[in-house]
Design a protein around this ligand. Structure first.
Ligand SMILES: [Zn+2]
Ligand SMILES: [Zn+2]
Length: 281
C-alpha cells in the first residue's frame, strides 16, 4: 500500500516529484493541467524525464487527475469535442510522466436521462481511446451523485467499462468520500462493498483509491472532502480500507482540504499509524 496525497504541479513536474518525497508520500497525484481550464499544454520533456527518473529511483507511484470541466456525457457538440481532445491530451501527458492512471470523472447527463447519458459516455470513451496505446489507464472515478452525475455504484461503473470497445484501457479509482456520499458504503457496510467489488470484477481493474473523509452525511449526494477522522465517515471506518488485504499494493491518495501542502506530511503519518493499529487490537 502506497500512501500519499495530491500535490501542486504549479512549479513543474520534477519539483512535484521531489515534493512527494519530502512529504513522506509513496504515491501522489497531480493535475495534468489547470483543473478549471482546458488550455492545451506543452510537455517540458527534460523536466518530465527528470521526474520520471526520480520516481523510479525512489519507488514512488504517480496518479494524475484530468480537469473537472469536461463532461463525457455532454449533449453539446462543442463541449464534446473539447472533452475528447482534452482527455486524449491528458492521457498522453500522464503516460509521459509514467503515471499508472489518469482519473476522469464520469459524465453528467444534464437532464437527458441516465440511459442517454450513459450511452453518450460510452461513445465518448470509445472516441478517446480508439487510437491510444499507452500503459497508463484511464480511471473512471465513482461520483457522489451530485446533480446529474453518473457512475455512483460499483455495478454501473463495471457495466460502463465493459460496454466500451476498450475495457482493457480502462481502470477504476474509488473515492471513499464520493462512495459514502452516494450511499455506496459506510462503516457497517464496508464488507458488502468489498464483496460487490469482488463479485463484479471491479477489484481487478481498481488502480487507485482517493482517500477522503466527508463533510456531509451518508447518502447526501454532495461532494465535500474532509480531513481523515474529522468528518462524517470517521477514522475507524476509513481505517478498514487501510487494513484490507484487497487494497494492499494500491496507491492511496489524500485529496483532503489543506491550507498548506505541508499539512499532508502529518496526515500521511497519521494514515501509517491508523494502518498499524490493527496489530494492537
Ligand atoms: Zn477524488
Ligand atoms: Zn470529490
Amino acid at each position: 500500500m502506497q500512501l500519499g496525497c495530491h500535490i501542486s504541479v504549479a512549479k513543474g513536474f520534477s519539483k512535484a516529484c521531489r515534493r512527494a518525497k519530502e512529504l513522506g508520500a509513496d504515491a501522489f497525484q497531480i493535475f495534468t493541467k489547470n483543473p478549471r481550464a482546458l488550455r492545451p499544454k506543452k510537455i517540458n520533456v527534460p523536466d518530465a524525464e527528470k521526474g520520471v527518473q526520480f520516481l523510479r529511483e525512489n519507488g514512488i507511484t504517480l496518479v494524475t487527475h484530468t480537469p473537472y470541466i469536461t463532461n463525457l456525457s455532454t449533449p453539446k457538440s462543442d463541449l464534446h469535442e473539447v472533452t475528447v481532445r482534452s482527455i486524449k491530451e491528458d492521457l498522453h501527458i500522464a503516460d509521459t510522466y509514467g503515471a499508472v492512471g489518469a482519473v476522469v470523472h464520469c459524465g453528467k447527463h444534464v437532464g437527458e436521462g441516465v440511459e442517454a447519458g450513459t450511452r453518450r459516455m460510452i461513445e465518448t470513451l470509445n472516441e478517446i481511446l480508439s487510437d491510444y496505446d499507452g500503459d497508463c489507464k484511464l480511471l473512471l472515478e465513482n461520483t457522489a451523485g451530485q446533480g446529474s452525475e453518473l457512475g455512483l455504484t460499483i455495478e454501473d461503473l463495471v457495466t460502463i467499462r465493459e460496454a466500451t470497445d476498450y475495457p482493457e484501457k480502462i481502470g477504476f479509482c474509488f473515492d471513499t468520500c464520493h462512495g459514502f456520499a452516494a450511499g455506496a458504503w459506510m462503516e457497517d457496510t464496508f464488507d458488502q462493498l468489498v464483496q460487490v467489488m469482488e463479485e463484479t470484477g471491479y477489484i481487478q481493474s481498481l488502480v487507485a483509491i482517493h482517500f477522503n473523509d466527508s463533510k456531509v452525511p451518508y447518502n447526501s449526494r454532495k461532494d465535500r472532502h474532509e480531513k481523515i477522522g474529522k468528518g462524517e465517515i470517521g477514522a475507524s471506518a476509513l481505517a478498514k480500507f487501510l487494513r484490507c488485504e484487497m487494497f494492499e499494493g494500491l496507491p492511496i491518495v489524500l485529496e483532503t482540504p489543506v491550507e498548506q501542502e505541508e499539512e499532508y506530511a502529518e496526515e500521511i503519518r497519521y494514515l501509517r499509524q491508523l494502518k498499524q493499529e490493527e496489530s494492537t487490537v
